[in-house]
Design a protein around this ligand. Structure first.
Ligand code: BGC
Length: 781
C-alpha cells in the first residue's frame, strides 16, 4: 500500500516536472515562438526595457558606467534566467571599446585600442582598411565581454560647429554610408553587433534631447536618412539607435514613419531599434515608442516596463506590438556571444595598434605644402603648442576610449630618430603635468564629460625671446593646434572654429623668425573637426590635418612629415573660409548656455535652434551648397595633397540595365609611391526638380602605386542612386536626359568627364515624415 502511494506520488512529481519543463522552454535559436508563448506580460515588458545602470539612476548622468558584467559598459539588457535569456552588454563606441580599464579587486587591465575618430577614418576613403579597423574593434568588443558596440555614428556634418562631428564621417551621405557599411561589416564579422546611431538628424548637441529638427522630406531622404539606408541595405546592422531629438514635430524615438515605415518596410531592416540613453520621457508615452518600433528602451527604468504593462492592460497598447518587439529582441539575443557562451580571451592589442596606426596615417590630410615636406633629413625640431605634448587621440563623451597610451609628437618624432629641443620640451612637459593636475582639482561637476576623455589644456604664451632661443637649436618648427569637442556641447566660432589670439600670435612669432632664417614652419591640426585656416595659412609652409587619430597619432604624424608614409587622406567635408559661410550657421545654436541632459521643465518657449531648428538650407549642405552657389572655400570637399602626382585617363561608362559601370585608370606620374582616390561626381540634366551642381555618387581608392604604375578602378552606380526625392507623389526620380559623369580628386578638381544618356527611373515610396508647417527653404536663383 505504502509502496503504491509512494509510486503515485513519484509519478505525479515526475508529471508535474515534465509539464513544467514543457511550459518553461529555454531559449534557443529555433524555439523563439515557444519562448514567446511562455513569457508573462511582465517578462515581456522587462525585456523591452534595458537593465539600467548604476551611475544613471538618480544621478542624472547619461553615460553608461554600469558595473555589472563589464564595468564601464554603457548598458545591459535584462536577463530572464527562467527562460534561459541572458543579459547582453552594450558598450560605446565608435572609436573603440569604451569600458573601465582598471577594476577593483582585479589585477588585470582592460585598456582598449584608440582608433581614429570618425572624421579621420572616413578621410582614408579606403573601405577595405576601414573594414579592418571594424574587425579589430569587433574583436575587442567580443573579447571584452560585450555584445554590441554603439556605433558607427552616421549623422551628417550639417554644420562645422556640431560638437560631435568628430564621431561622424562626412557632410556627404554616400561617404557616410560606404564608410559606415565597411565598419559595420568589419565589426559584425566578429560575431558581435553594431548600433548605427543616432537615427536621425541628430546634427546639434545643444538641446539635443528636445530640439525639433524641421526639415523637408527631400533633404531627409537624400541626406539625413541616406547614410543609414546604405548601411542597412549593404551591411545588415544588428541594431539601430534612435536619436533623442524630434523631427518635424515627432520624437525620433516614437516616430513610426521613420522606425517602421521607412526603416523596416522600405529598407528591409531586420534588427532591433534601441533608444539613445534617455530613459522615461516626460512627453512621449512609452507605449508610443513600443508601437513605433522601438524595441529596447535604454538605459532602462522600471517605470517604463510598468508603463508597457499598464498600457496593455488599459487597451492603449495592442499586444501584437509587444510580441513583435519581444520576438525581435529574442532574435537579437540568440545571435550574441553571451547567449552562445563564448569563452573570452585577451584581445591582441599589439596587432590592433598596427591597424590603428595604418588607418590614422592614411586618414591624415595634407592641406598645404609649399615643397618643404617631406623633410627626410629632419634632425631637431622646436615643438610648439601644448597639444604637441598632450596629443589628443580622441574626443570627449561617450565616444572616448580608455586607451593604454597615446603617442604624442615628442615620442613619435623620437621613434624615428628626430630630437626635440630640450628646454622647450621640458617647459611644455612640466606645464602639461601642472595643467592636468589643476584641471582635475578644479573640476566643475557639471562638466561630467571631463572624466570621459582627454580635455584640452589651455595654451601658454610663446614670447619672441623664446622663439629666438629655439631658432638657434632647431632645423624646423612644428606648431600643433589642438581642438577638443564632445557630447552635450556645440563648438563656438571664436576660439574653437577660429584660432584664439594666443594661437595667432604663436604662429606669427614662430613663422616670422623661422622663415626669415630659411627654416620651415609646419602646422599640425590635432582637431576632430573643421577649423579656420585662411587668416593664417600664408604664414606657414605646410599644414597637416592629423584629426584626433587614436593612440598611435604621434607615430603617424612623424611618418607623414618625414616621408616614410605618403599622405593620401582626403577631406570628407568642405573647409569654409568662415564658419558663417555655411548657410546652416544662421540656424545653428551659438552661444547658448551649455545644456544639461535633463529634460527641462518649461521648454517650448519657441526659442529658435533650441526648441526647433529650421533647415532652411534644405539639400544645400556642404559642397552641395558651395559648388552650386559658386562660393569660395578654404579647402574643398574631397581635397588632400600627396608627395607624388597622379594622372587620370580612360574614363569609360557603360549602362547595364539599372546600373552604370564607370571605370578610370589612375597612374602614379611622380617619384614616390602613393595612393589616390577617384571621386565620381554626377551632374544631372536640367529637369523638373532643382538639383545641386554635382553630387558624389561613388569613389574608389587605388592600392599603393609605385612611380609609373597604373591601376584601373571600377565603380558602379545604380540608376536609383542618381534619383532625387520628389515630394509631390513621394517618389524617387532620375529624370531622363544627359548626365555628366565626372571623375576627379576633389569636388573642385575634376579631371575627366563623360556624358551619358539615361532613361527615366522612378520608384514610389511612402509619404512619410512630412513637415507640419511650410519651410522657408533655400532655392537656386
Ligand atoms: C549618446 C550615445 C551613446 C549613449 C551611451 C548617449 O548620451 O548620445 O551616443 O551611445 O549615450 O553611452
Amino acid at each position: 500500500m505504502r509502496t503504491k502511494r509512494l509510486f503515485t506520488l513519484g509519478l505525479t512529481a515526475l508529471l508535474t516536472a515534465t509539464t513544467m519543463t514543457a511550459q518553461t522552454p529555454k531559449l534557443s535559436a529555433d524555439n523563439i515562438d515557444e519562448v514567446l508563448k511562455a513569457m508573462t506580460l511582465d517578462e515581456k515588458a522587462q525585456l523591452l526595457v534595458g537593465a539600467g545602470n548604476d551611475a544613471f539612476v538618480g544621478s542624472g548622468a547619461m553615460m553608461g558606467h554600469q558595473k555589472k558584467l563589464v564595468a564601464g559598459a554603457a548598458g545591459l539588457t535584462v536577463a530572464i534566467p527562467r527562460l534561459g535569456i541572458p543579459a547582453t552588454v552594450l558598450t560605446d563606441g565608435p572609436a573603440g571599446v569604451h569600458i573601465d580599464p582598471i577594476r577593483e579587486g582585479d589585477s588585470k587591465t582592460y585598456y582598449a585600442t584608440g582608433f581614429p575618430v570618425g572624421t579621420c577614418l572616413a578621410s582614408t576613403w579606403n573601405t577595405q582598411l576601414v573594414e579592418q579597423v571594424g574587425q579589430a574593434i569587433g574583436n575587442e568588443t567580443l573579447e571584452y565581454g560585450c555584445d554590441v558596440v554603439l556605433g558607427p555614428g552616421l549623422n551628417l556634418h550639417r554644420n562645422p560647429l556640431c560638437g560631435r562631428n568628430f564621431e561622424y564621417y562626412s557632410e556627404d551621405p554616400i561617404v557616410t554610408g560606404m564608410i559606415g557599411a565597411a565598419v559595420t561589416k568589419g565589426i559584425q564579422s566578429q560575431g558581435v553587433g553594431v548600433s548605427a546611431k543616432h537615427f536621425a538628424v541628430n546634427s546639434q548637441e545643444n538641446s539635443r534631447t528636445k530640439v525639433d529638427e524641421r526639415v523637408s522630406q527631400r533633404a531627409l531622404r537624400e541626406l539625413y536618412l541616406k547614410g543609414f539606408e546604405i548601411v542597412v541595405r549593404e551591411s545588415n546592422p544588428w541594431t539601430i539607435m534612435s536619436a533623442y531629438n524630434k523631427i518635424n514635430g515627432f520624437y525620433a524615438q516614437g516616430y513610426k514613419d521613420m522606425l517602421t515605415t521607412i526603416l523596416r518596410d522600405e529598407w528591409g531592416f531586420k534588427g532591433i531599434v534601441m533608444t539613445d540613453w534617455i530613459g522615461k520621457r516626460a512627453d512621449l508615452p512609452t507605449e508610443m515608442e513600443v508601437e513605433a518600433g522601438n524595441d529596447l528602451m535604454m538605459p532602462g527604468y522600471p517605470a517604463q516596463a510598468k508603463d508597457i504593462v499598464d498600457a496593455v492592460k488599459a487597451g492603449r497598447l495592442d499586444m501584437k506590438y509587444v510580441d513583435q518587439n519581444v520576438r525581435r529582441m529574442l532574435e537579437y539575443i540568440v545571435k550574441t556571444p553571451r547567449f552562445k557562451g563564448y569563452q573570452y580571451s585577451k584581445p591582441d592589442l599589439d596587432a590592433h595598434a598596427k591597424v590603428t596606426r595604418q588607418s590614422s596615417t592614411e586618414g591624415m590630410v595634407l592641406l598645404k605644402n609649399n615643397g618643404v615636406l617631406p623633410i627626410r633629413d629632419l634632425k631637431t625640431v622646436a615643438l610648439f603648442g601644448v597639444n604637441s605634448y598632450d596629443f589628443l587621440s580622441g574626443g570627449l563623451g561617450s565616444g572616448c576610449v580608455n586607451v593604454p597610451y597615446v603617442v604624442d609628437m615628442v615620442q613619435g618624432l623620437k621613434n624615428i630618430g628626430v630630437k626635440t629641443t630640450p628646454l622647450l620640451t621640458e617647459i611644455y612637459q612640466n606645464y602639461v603635468k601642472y595643467a592636468k593636475a589643476k584641471l582635475k582639482a578644479d573640476k566643475n561637476p557639471m562638466m561630467w564629460f571631463l572624466d570621459q576623455g582627454q580635455p584640452k589644456l589651455d595654451e601658454i604664451e610663446i614670447s619672441e625671446r623664446c622663439v629666438t632661443h629655439e631658432l638657434r637649436e632647431a632645423d624646423a618648427a612644428i606648431i600643433t593646434i589642438g581642438r577638443q569637442a564632445g557630447e552635450g556641447v556645440d563648438r563656438k566660432i571664436d576660439g574653437e572654429f577660429n584660432l584664439s589670439q594666443m594661437e595667432q600670435d604663436m604662429i606669427f612669432r614662430v613663422s616670422s623668425q623661422f622663415r626669415a632664417a630659411g627654416k620651415p614652419v609646419i602646422v599640425i591640426l590635432n582637431s576632430g573637426s573643421v577649423m579656420e585656416t585662411c587668416s593664417w595659412r600664408d604664414r606657414v609652409d605646410a599644414i597637416l590635418c592629423a584629426w584626433q587619430p587614436g593612440e598611435e597619432g604621434g607615430n603617424s604624424v612623424a611618418d607623414v612629415l618625414t616621408g616614410k608614409a605618403n599622405p593620401s587622406g582626403k577631406l570628407t567635408m568642405t573647409w569654409p573660409i568662415a564658419a558663417t559661410d555655411h548657410p546652416s550657421t544662421k540656424n545653428f545654436p551659438q552661444d547658448i548656455e551649455m545644456y544639461s541632459y535633463r529634460e527641462m521643465k518649461g521648454w517650448g518657449r519657441g526659442i529658435p535652434n533650441e526648441d526647433y531648428t529650421n533647415h532652411e538650407e534644405d539639400i544645400y549642405v556642404g559642397y552641395r551648397y558651395f559648388d552650386t552657389f559658386q562660393k569660395e572655400v578654404a579647402y574643398p570637399f574631397g581635397y588632400g595633397l600627396s608627395y607624388t602626382t597622379f594622372e587620370f585617363s580612360k574614363l569609360t561608362t557603360k549602362v547595364n540595365g539599372n546600373s552604370v559601370t564607370v571605370s578610370v585608370t589612375v597612374k602614379n606620374t611622380g617619384n614616390v609611391a602613393g595612393k589616390e582616390v577617384a571621386q565620381l561626381y554626377v551632374t544631372a540634366p536640367k529637369g523638373k526638380l532643382e538639383k545641386p551642381a554635382q553630387e558624389l555618387k561613388a569613389f574608389a581608392k587605388t592600392r599603393e602605386l609605385q612611380p609609373g604604375e597604373s591601376e584601373t578602378l571600377t565603380m558602379t552606380v545604380l540608376k536609383r542612386d542618381l534619383a532625387s526625392f520628389d515630394e509631390t507623389g513621394s517618389k524617387w526620380i532620375a529624370e531622363a536626359g544627359q548626365y555628366l559623369f565626372k571623375v576627379g580628386n576633389s569636388s573642385r578638381d575634376i579631371k575627366l568627364t563623360a556624358p551619358m544618356k539615361i532613361t527615366e527611373y522612378t520608384e514610389s515610396v511612402h509619404n512619410a515624415m512630412a513637415p507640419k508647417q511650410p519651410l522657408n527653404i533655400l532655392k537656386q536663383k
